[in-house]
Design a protein. Structure first.
Length: 126
């Protein structure tokens, strides 16, 4: 008698908020490693080459909505990852209980904090 694999429809599974926050924290970590760090290193290199390259980058930053949006996206991904990471560390140090209700509450608090910080960042950079 063989056991057939079970087909699980991932769109019908309702994950708790804390699980979604954990998954997106991992995704943001990959984005930081493969996108934010290389782009930030390249921009930092451009800014420090000379005063002409600094002026050229700042001029293109101020005139191009694409560059400005891309830099803002990189900053927001980093902020999200840091705040979600602080929540995970608080749970690892057992400062937040590992029950489902407390993890969902801490996820909601983290999302509200992320929203506020992101809004302040967007207002500061635009």
């Amino acid at each position: 008698m063989s056991i057939k694999p079970v087909y699980i429809n991932l769109f019908k599974i309702q994950l708790p908020l804390s699980a979604l926050l954990s998954i997106t924290h991992r995704i943001s970590g990959m984005l930081i490693f493969f996108l934010v760090l290389p782009v930030s290193a390249y921009i930092f290199n451009l800014l420090l080459q000379s005063s002409d390259s600094f002026a050229l980058f700042m001029d293109s930053y101020n005139t191009s909505i694409f560059i400005r949006t891309f830099v803002l996206f990189n900053i927001l991904v980093f902020e999200y990852h840091v705040i979600a990471g602080i929540r995970h560390m608080l749970m690892d140090f057992h400062l937040i209980s590992e029950t489902l209700s407390s993890s969902n509450t801490s996820a909601m608090v983290a999302l509200i904090f992320i929203f506020v910080i992101s809004l302040l960042t967007i207002l500061a950079l635009t």
